[in-house]
Design a protein around this ligand. Structure first.
Ligand code: AMP
Length: 214
């Protein structure tokens, strides 16, 4: 399947993408993961992106479109893809539309995962992420804790709080979402691609997505 996962930070896009990827082999493409790996590896992209990310601001559209233009042409995308955290602005959505036409690809659906703000805040402050770039398993200290000494249950690397998951950065990321990303809901409704799912259960969300793209 080829879908865009829309939703505020903490709505569960990453978790849903992993479940869908296990289901049909579509690849999860998370611009946030790509950028965090670049920051860790101190590449040119990483050095350019780091400040924006730590402040909870969006990285410039130009950098993101360069990443995505290359990524969507990788051979694994032939199996389908789940765009997680992209597009994030109207210009990115417009550029994506042009890019997909150029690559002769069509989206099946844009899924808007609609989660109340209180739930988002609670989830983000209790979230921990495996620090191993090849694993990045997501934990929650309340509902899905890592080992008692804070290690990833899959690979044993430390499960850590992301630098942009402090209360200040989260507040800023939510403001950025409302201002820059929420307008995409209307954009994709007009394109006839939008499906909004208001559920807190990953299994329920996944089954509704499978139904929507059948
Ligand atoms: P995420 O893990 O998707 O919440 O992304 C973490 C951070 O990476 C965001 O707060 C932004 O600074 C940056 N980022 C990720 N995806 C994008 C995007 N499509 N456009 C601009 N910035 C992005």
């Amino acid at each position: 399947m080829r879908i865009v996962l829309l939703g505020a930070p903490g709505a569960g896009k990453g978790t849903i993408a992993k479940l869908l990827s296990d289901f049909d082999g579509s690849v999860q493409i998370s611009t946030g993961d790509i950028l965090r790996n670049a920051v860790k590896a101190k590449t040119k992209l990483g050095l350019e992106a780091q400040g924006y990310m730590e402040r909870g601001e969006l990285v410039p559209d130009r950098l993101i479109m360069d990443i995505m233009e290359a990524r969507l042409q990788e051979p694994d995308c032939a199996k389908g893809y789940l765009l997680d955290g992209f597009p994030r602005t109207i210009p990115q959505a417009e550029e994506l539309k042009k890019l997909l036409t150029k690559l002769n690809m069509k989206l099946d659906a844009v899924i808007n995962i609609d989660v109340p703000k209180e739930v988002i805040l609670d989830r983000l402050t209790t979230r921990r992420t495996c620090s191993n770039p090849d694993c990045q398993e997501i934990y929650n200290i309340k509902s899905k804790p890592p080992s008692p000494d804070g290690k990833c249950l899959k690979c044993g690397s430390p499960a850590v709080q992301r630098a942009d998951e402090t209360v200040e950065a989260i507040t800023k990321r939510l403001e950025t979402y409302n201002e820059k990303t929420a307008p995409l809901i209307d954009f994709y409704a007009k394109e006839g691609l939008l499906k909004t799912i208001a559920s807190l259960s990953s299994d329920e969300i996944v089954s509704q997505i499978k139904e929507a793209v059948k």
